[in-house]
Ligand binder design. Sequence first.
Ligand code: FAD
Length: 449
Amino acid sequence: MSYTLVLLLLLGLGSHAQRVAVVGGGIAAAALLRHLDPALDVHVFERGTRLGGRLGETWIGSVSVETGGSVLHSSNRYMLQFLNELDLDQSKDSDATMGFWEHGFKFVSSKESWKTALKMLWRYGFSHLITSRLVADVQSKWERVYDLQRQNVSFKSPKDMFEALGLFKMTQVDAKSFLMQHWVSELYIDEFVDAISRVNYGQRSELNAFVDSVSLIGAGMSGHLWSVEQGNSVVVEQLIKKYADAIHLGTLVKRIEHDPLANKFTIHSEKTLSGLTQSQPFDVVVIATPIETSDIQFNVNCFSASATRKFVKTHVTFVNGKVNPRLFNSANDVPDIIVNLERESSLPFRSLSVHAILEDGSFIYKLFSDSVLADAQIGRIFSPIIEVQRFSYKAYPYLEPTPIWPEFEILPGLFYLNAMESAVSCMETEAVAGKNVAVLVNAYSSKVL
Ligand SMILES: Cc1cc2nc3c(=O)[nH]c(=O)nc-3n(C[C@H](O)[C@H](O)[C@H](O)COP(=O)(O)OP(=O)(O)OC[C@H]3O[C@@H](n4cnc5c(N)ncnc54)[C@H](O)[C@@H]3O)c2cc1C
């Protein structure tokens, strides 16, 4: 053996960089990549033809709108950090009036916050105040995660994370029971809390109490709401392009094989357009997509069937046109956001909200619904109609309390970001999961080397 080779081996220069496969190109993957050790050789596999996952934009009229995840809260540290690092801008949400519809408007907020506060006091007593305090307490407990992550503390499972934050018990009780235990009125829960949960998660206060608190925070109970001026998905695209060593777009991961003796993985993938297949070896695999919607097969039984989640189908429809106010028993004006609280409803949407007013006096509306809105259904709500665009998502899990959650670390070397979505599903919590798994991967790969 030559002296040079011995020296190279001693210095570790002969060893190859650890190969990491990341399956999925959404915000969770982007946040993971941002925090991975730069010495790792990171490959991203994304079955779509673009990066972003459940984040994306479209143009309607002259306005760019978010088709998937849209609003962020001012307390969200990672998304703000990414924005600064990428030199992108915030666009702030404007104040909007909101009406809760159940065979007529039960409650309509005002443009002036003091008027809304008085109306709420009149209808719901102190319930809004009590809920604001409860939610603020959840927010301060949750924000401890940033201090822990700054010290590179990581958790093997979301359960460990929520226990450390003192929040696990809240995930195990439904929001309605939790709020009623704290003397919040049933009327307030059935109207206000349910309306916000319907808009954010297509569910009501059967949601676990933690995620419903996140939903209320996301409705602007404190702080302010914002989006990325250039489009939320631009954060994902730019982070992945900056930190990945290879990006395999239009590439479906079909099968992951684990060799327990060598502790290596083989990724079998297929190009979605050409059908071309490929098999590549990796030291570490990170699943950055909900396993239930991924169509991935494994040679080992590593995902417990009892932790399988069902996803809420959400159909998003954009309409450039004008709402017919007579449908809502009004001669002219309707609230900017209408939430339909009826269980058996002749109105085919969960919520309808104004996104912009164009120069020609027409509006851009966004509707969430349980099923695809047919032309005839849209024609009943709007007149005139200038343009319609439709998008469909398996948007988030049914987030009622459940004791069985998947782990972040499935096997040595196999990690799962979207384990987080058994507790909560939103951009920021996915970014937190990304950072957590990055710390786990960095520690694992430094041990293996
Ligand atoms: C309509 C809607 C509204 C929402 N509103 C908000 C909101 O206002 N605020 C908020 O914070 N959150 C919101 N959310 C939730 C938020 O968008 C998601 O929690 C978040 O974007 C999930 O990111 P992710 O990276 O974990 O997963 P994803 O974005 O789903 O990324 C996973 C990626 O993996 C890819 N993939 C899957 N299987 C494979 C495979 N076998 N091979 C290769 N690639 C694969 C997918 O194509 C996808 O791109 C909303 C979601 C929807 C749908």
